[in-house]
Design a protein around this ligand. Structure first.
Ligand SMILES: [Zn+2]
Length: 146
């Protein structure tokens, strides 16, 4: 992980811990991607990054970018040949979701790793399906989990 200006030490630490957690993920593909995709922290995306991400006015928690240039500030030194892409983690967006910065950083990083593997939102659907199955096994409601 490379530190960018403006993020808090607490956020940088949360992202470091998220990386360490993802490096221990049981999914080998997730561990593989984590080994090759650099992670950058920023307060928020630049307007160009938000536009390239598909929504200029959205709040971004994270962003995975495969192609470079065209994404973000050039002072990050990302090379065009980095074909595994890069992940950005945004402090403002993550803090806007929750007070649990550590948990949200981990979930966001996993989400972006899923994009890096180009199996968009598969992990998200698997987690939802797992929660639904667990609720059904308990005899509860598969929708709200109670
Ligand atoms: Zn996504």
């Amino acid at each position: 992980m490379s530190a960018q200006t403006g993020t808090s030490a607490e956020f940088d630490y949360a992202v470091q811990m998220a990386i360490a957690d993802v490096q221990r993920n049981p999914d080998e593909a997730v561990r593989f991607a984590m080994a090759f995709v650099p992670v950058f922290v920023m307060k928020r995306p630049t307007p160009e990054m938000a536009q390239a991400g598909g929504c200029a006015t959205c709040t971004y928690l994270g962003l995975w970018a495969q192609h470079w240039p065209g994404y973000g500030p050039s002072e990050l030194g990302i090379k065009p040949e980095n074909w595994h892409g890069v992940i950005f983690m945004f402090e403002d967006g993550i803090r806007s979701m929750t007070n649990n910065v550590n948990l949200q950083a981990r979930q966001t990083l996993l989400h972006e790793i899923d994009h890096a593997l180009e199996r968009d939102h598969v992990l998200q659907h698997l987690q939802a399906a797992k929660a639904q199955l667990a609720a059904q096994i308990r005899g509860g409601c598969g929708y709200c989990g109670r």
